[in-house]
Design a protein around this ligand. Sequence first.
Ligand SMILES: NCc1[nH]cc(CCC(=O)O)c1CC(=O)O
Length: 314
Amino acid sequence: MPTARPLRIGTRSSPLALAQARGLRDLLAAADPARPAEIVPITTTGDTRKGSLAAFGGKGAFVKELDRALAAGDVDVCLHCMKDVPGDAPRPPGFLWAAYLRRDDPRDCLLLPEGAPRRGLPDLPPGTRVGTSAVRRRAQLRRRHPHLETREFRGNINSRIARLDAGEYDAAVLAYAGLRRAGLEQRATEVIAEDVLCPAVGSAVLGAECRRDDTAVAAALRGLDDPGTRTHVTAERAMLRALNGHCNSPIAGHATTGPDGRVSLVGMVFAADGAAWARARASADPGDAADLGASVADALLTQGARALIEGTAH
Ligand SMILES: NCc1[nH]cc(CCC(=O)O)c1CC(=O)O
């Protein structure tokens, strides 16, 4: 049998994104040794521009160039952190989420400079400078730990950790899944409980997207799809869509499946200073995940989520 052309995986070029893409490449190679896969790193505006994300198109800045390469046929599949895929704009109609890989731990974690005494959030002294740029994290840290000072903090995981170790910050909050994928999980001094820091919609989920009409690639990816993760992403992103949050919205959401097989979704929306918030929770059968997301969004809107979202600069 002739060897097929390698399947080209488009990815952001950060060390974390490349590590994730190697994971997908290895899964594909194991599923079909006759069809090797190769990685095509694409540098996005989000990776090269410094400063506040909101200033140059928000999370879409990480996705646009990948979309262009997939639409043009320069790559066959793009691997995305679902957390970075904007919820306020529809995906290109010709694209298909062919696989959601099984979700990792979606919680955030605390890091301290190398050599600092290992302690958790509640034990940090007042005025501790915590580097974290996401408004979702800043709002929740202010709500639960108002004695801490949050500071803008961007860049890839490795450069953030280098700046932490150099003393620019006293602490940092990052995604635990990202840290693990970068092989640095031993740096986490606390994995932060969800009632302190509710995760972002889509956190710790990798989505593989291909062109809808590319049935061969869609078929190759389908075997890697985790149906439970798909249900959770569907519920969370339906909530995000219905809230119509902008790129910098302080929105959190996490869906889980209970022992009875029902899906529960917690959604939260915050004022940027953490002083006000809305919280809603509901459950449904897995087949109704999208409706579940919409109904949690409705409950949040009834509690004033719109004013909280509009009150945050974007
Ligand atoms: N915001 C960037 C980003 N997008 C996805 C991850 C980590 C992995 C994930 O949640 O899928 C990170 C790093 C972080 O937030 O610390």
